[in-house]
Structures are given as structure tokens and as C-alpha cells.
Design a protein around this ligand. Sequence first.
Ligand code: NAD
Ligand code: ZN
Length: 702
Amino acid sequence: MSIEITEADAANELMRLAKQIAHHDRLYHAEDTPEITDQEYDALVRRNREIEEAFPHLVREDSPSKNVGHAVAASPLSKVTHEVRMMSLDNAFNAAEVEEWVARVRRFLSLAEDAPLAFTAEDKIDGLSCSLRYEKGRLVRAATRGDGQVGEDVTPNVAHISDIPQQLDGDAPEIFEIRGEVYMARADFVALNTRLMEDARAAAEEKREEFDPSKVRQFANPRNAAAGSLRQKDAGVTAKRPLKFWAHGWGAASSVPGKTQTEMVRQIEGWGVPVSPLFARFESAAEILAHYSTISAQRPELPYEIDGVVYKVDRLDYQQRLGFVAKAPRWALAHKFPAERAETTLESIDIQVGRTGKLTPVGRLAPVLVGGVTVTNVTLHNRDEIARLGVRPGDRVVVQRAGDVIPQLVENLTREESREPFVFPDTCPECGSEAVAAEGEVDIRCTGGLICPAQRTERLKHFVSRGALDIDGLGEKTIDQFFALGWLESPADIFRLKDRRDAILALDGWKERSVDNLLASVEARRAPDAARLLFGLGIRHVGAVTARDLMKNFHDLPELRAVAEQAHAGDEDALAALTSIDGIGGAVVEALGDFFHEDHNKAVWDDILSETSPPRYEVETKDSPVTGKTVVFTGKLETMSRDEAKAQAERLGAKASGSVSAKTDLLVAGPGAGSKLKKAAELGIEVVDEASWAEIVKAAYR
Ligand SMILES: NC(=O)c1ccc[n+]([C@@H]2O[C@H](COP(=O)([O-])OP(=O)(O)OC[C@H]3O[C@@H](n4cnc5c(N)ncnc54)[C@H](O)[C@@H]3O)[C@@H](O)[C@H]2O)c1
Ligand SMILES: [Zn+2]
């Protein structure tokens, strides 16, 4: 993602993000009462990272990218300084990011592409990190991570966690600090919340007070429950909470009895400390990604919550060489499950005006990570959709994004019938023209047409696009810039850019060659294809195919306009001339009539035709065995659309018809052909399949 902000804005935003993230770190790590979801938090962290990557010299001393967790200064528990700093993990949200990490590791170690490189992979349990210091195999101190340097002493508390042995089995080194996660199983978490509620109810009854369930403090998730239960001044409270533990690493150690992560994890297990049952060793990126899929499939059935899979480079000498960046090891990566649904705040509803004048409401969201990408906007489609969801700025909403699908707003969590609904504007926010919905349509459109700036730039972009005039070198940014300079008031101005050669050259980023190339591609369209030009005007209902159908019948643009205007004025013959064309119906006739009814459209049209001279439109035909014959297509075509097949037939000088009759010469039948195929057989008409048809077409062009 590229960041498009000025340096001053970047510095400001980094300052704001540092404050915001520190605030949420405190609520989450120190108080176990997060105010925003993890997806919203992760989006803030991502944004911070992206800006820092774009402006490395602006990275702050107090940058969230350098800090782990939260300082424990205010904690009532005693403090423990970690001998070896406790770290966080870098995140990946998709396979590509994992592969990038593997490639980075290989580059760092200068490993050849085929050199062996093994990894471990295990589920990332959602609890809180805990360090257990064993001396001569005896547990002497347990501590939370805190800010990575200083944590809280929870030695008396872990005495109540049966997964944590007071004495290790077998031979342990002089000093060995086991690190892992204290967590709460899902069922225990649910039971705990239920018990907290019941206890509060009983207490209220005893005191003969009114019971208000909304005042009872319950835990938001098992992670917060585990943290809140472990970090208790009174270890007696911890004793009543069903906490568990598993190990995933180590810190200070007088000796390390293994050469790989795998050997070490098995050793720790051998000392009687649980490790993940899903821990395994793999030989490649593909294999760890496969394990990720296996674990994500099992996730719903696991008795505890996990939020991803952790990969580590297996060889400890490699880990040593890779070392650390900022706050995480280079040799490990957390591949997080991207939440496909996330909660956030709808901050405002903006109305955007499209090329055809359609007013589209866009929801601006507090940034949130959904499906692994930061989402800040969501389309609200139209007025009806806003009414259906009952959304207004300020509402808490659920956003969903699966795969590459664009994000959708699927639910409003703040539905209160009493509040005033959002009022959809009845004027265009761009030009102030009236905005109306046509009979029976849900979409609301600006009636400003080519005088509406939103429609003008969008129409210009469409005008030069591939399917229309196809002018190289006039990209969206250039159009926006030229438009802002007042150089592109109407499409015809494109053909007058040659008079601004020096002015363009004076702009940033333009060189003699690029200006000459641009002007040359404009000149190459002085005699444009009439159907493409017509399509380029962006008249409603006149798409590329319709534009071609119209031009095939009227051959030049002034003739088309004359007929359209006559039809609009009520001329029956003109109307019939239009509607007798295959594929042209009332909507097209009405749209053309409306277009030529507006003076500003007529002016644009005349202007374009004064700058260009499209040659008479003729469908160029090729000689072939089907020239002059009638062809019918039926069944499913696999390599082309029905429209394309018909266009091919026309270029070969054949007539494409929709029904089989005695006049039919050839039937092209794809799979699923039914009655037409039967009729052709009865009439003794030649039948070929799609492949043979393609051969006929190819032969004609040889
Ligand atoms: N909602 C909020 O306001 C808020 C605020 C702060 C943090 N958070 C959440 O907390 C997380 C960030 O915290 P973090 O910095 O501890 O990072 P993290 O939890 O994403 O990853 C680092 C931790 O993962 C743990 N872990 C679990 N399984 C592991 C394994 N197999 N191997 C190694 N480590 C393993 C370790 O304890 C390690 O410290 C994010 O998920 C974030 O969304 C939320
Ligand atoms: Zn408008």
C-alpha cells in the first residue's frame, strides 16, 4: 500500500497513533478491559507501520513499533526485571506475507534456494505470556511479560495452575527460564462468566438490593479472563480460576540442551511441562502453510481459543544469527487468522457521484482489519440499503470481507428505532443540481449531466478508456490534474491539448518525449471509430454492444442523432427505425432522446464532431464459406460470449439469427442445445460444434 500524505501530516499522524495505541495498550494489557476490538487495534498498528516504512526518519522514540505490551509501573504486584527481554511476534495475514518472510530469512542467512531450511509450526494460543524461572529444576519465580523488560511477579498465583510443575522431572540445567502462555479453556471461560453473574445476583439478594445484570463485570474473552485471573494481588482469587499453561520457548538458560527448536520443545515436554499438541516440524514454506490450513480447519473444535499459527526457524544457530528487530525475533512469525467479520464505528456517510451521475453513499469507517486488509470505506449501495440497515454516522457496525470480495456492511449494532434516520440528499453534492430517482429505480442520480464536475472527470476517464477512444498516456491522475487546471472542460478539449504543449512540459514529471507521445496518441484518434466514440459519451444504456448495433444501422453519428431526436419528438417512423434493431428497446430510445434534449450535451457533441471526423461506420466483412448465409447459435458457448459469436458471424458477412427456420444455413450448437438442435435435424440443416465454428473463423483470417 502506498502512503499518499505529506511529511507534516505523517509526523502528526504518527504522534496521534503513538498516543492512541499507548492508550489501548494500557486498557488491554494493564487493565484487561479493551475498548476497541483486536481488529481495530491491529489496523492502527498496521497504519503506524506503513507510515513509518514510508517515512523512516520520522519514527518516534515512543513508537508503538518499538514497544512491547505495557509498562507495569502502576500494577499493585511486585516487579520483576527479565534477564532476557520478552518479545512480541511479527504478524502475517496471508500466504504471500508468509512466503515473503521465508524469502527474507533465506536472504538474511544467504541460503541458496534449494538449501534445506526447516521450520516449526504450532497454534498461537490466545492467553498471556508468562516466564517461569527454574533453578536446579525448582520453580523460583513466575512473571508476566509487562513491557518486555519489567513484568509482574505472579509466583504465588501460578502455584494454583496444575500445568505448571513446581519441580521439573529429570535433569534440568542450573538455570532455565521456560516461557509460554497462561490461558483459559473456552468452556471454563463461559462457566466463569456465568459464575460471576450468579455470584453478583446472590450478593444483591443477600443485601436486598435491586440486581442490575448490566453492572456485573464479566470478561470480554478467554484471554482477558486469563490475564485478569492471573494478575491478582490475592492469589486466593487465582486459585478459584481454572487456568492452564503451555510452553513455547525459553529465556535465560545456563545451558541449552538441544540444537533445534524441535529438540528443545520435546525436552521441555520431557521435564513435565505441556506444549501444544499441534506442534510439528516441517521442511518448506508450502508445508507450514498446509499445517496452517489443517489448524484453521480444526480451530472451531479446539477446546481453547487460538488466533493464528506461529512459525519458527528450527535450527537454533540460525535463530542466533537472525536475531531481533525492534520488538520481535526475525526467526519467528505469527500467521494470524484474518477475521472475516469485524466490528467498528461508522464515522460518516459521504455521497459520491459517479460517471453516470449515480449518487453512491460511501460509509467512512474507523479503520479495521478485516480479512487481513485495513478497511476504511464501505459502499452502502443506495438509499434503500441505508434504510434497510438503519445506519447513521456514529453507529457500531459489523463489516465483512471474505476472500477478494469487497467489504460489506452486514449489520448495524446500534439500532434504535427512536433516532432520526439518515436523510439522503436530494441535490448533487458536486454541482448542486437536483438529484432524483427515475420511475421504479432505486438509484438516485444527479441531473447535471456534463455540467457536473464529478460526472465530467469520470466521463473524461471513460471517454479515453480502452473500450472507448483508447487514448494511451491519459491516465486517471493526468485527467484529474488537467481538469483541475481547467484544460479539460469537455471531451473535445483533449484534441486541443496540442495547443498546451509548453504548459504541459512545464508540469512536474513531464518530459519532451512523454508529451510528444501523449499528443501523438491523441492525434491517432482524430478519425475515431464512430461506435467507440458513441460509447465513450457515456449515455445511459448505450454500452459498447448497443453503440455498435446502432452504428451498424445508421452508419454515421449525425444520422443517428437526427433519428433519435425525431423519435423523441414522437415521430413513429423514427421510433420504429430504432426499435426494429435487434437489442434496442425503449430504454435506449428514451436515454438517447433525453441526452439530445439537453443543450449542454448538444454543445459537447457538436464540439467533439468539430474536432474529429469518424469515418462512415461499416462492418468490415471477410470472405468465408458462410458469407451471405444465415447462422444460428444455440446451447452453451465455452470460449466466447453469444454477442462475440454473433459479431464474428457478421464480420464474415453472415447473418446471425435467433431462431431456426428453413432459411437457416448453419447451426452452431454447444452443450445443452435443445429444441433448436432438434428442429435443425428435422430440417436437415448442417450442425457444427463451437470448435468447428472457431476453425471457420480462423480460416477466414488466414
Ligand atoms: N483490543 C485492544 O485494545 C488491544 C490492545 C493491545 C493489544 N491487543 C491485541 O494483543 C495482540 C498484540 O499483543 P502482543 O504484542 O503480545 O502480540 P501477539 O499476542 O500478537 O504475539 C506475541 C505473543 O504471542 C504469544 N504466543 C502464543 N503462542 C505462541 C507460540 N506458539 N510461540 C510464540 N509465542 C506465542 C507469546 O506470548 C507472545 O508474546 C494483538 O492481537 C492485538 O490485537 C489488543
Ligand atoms: Zn452533479
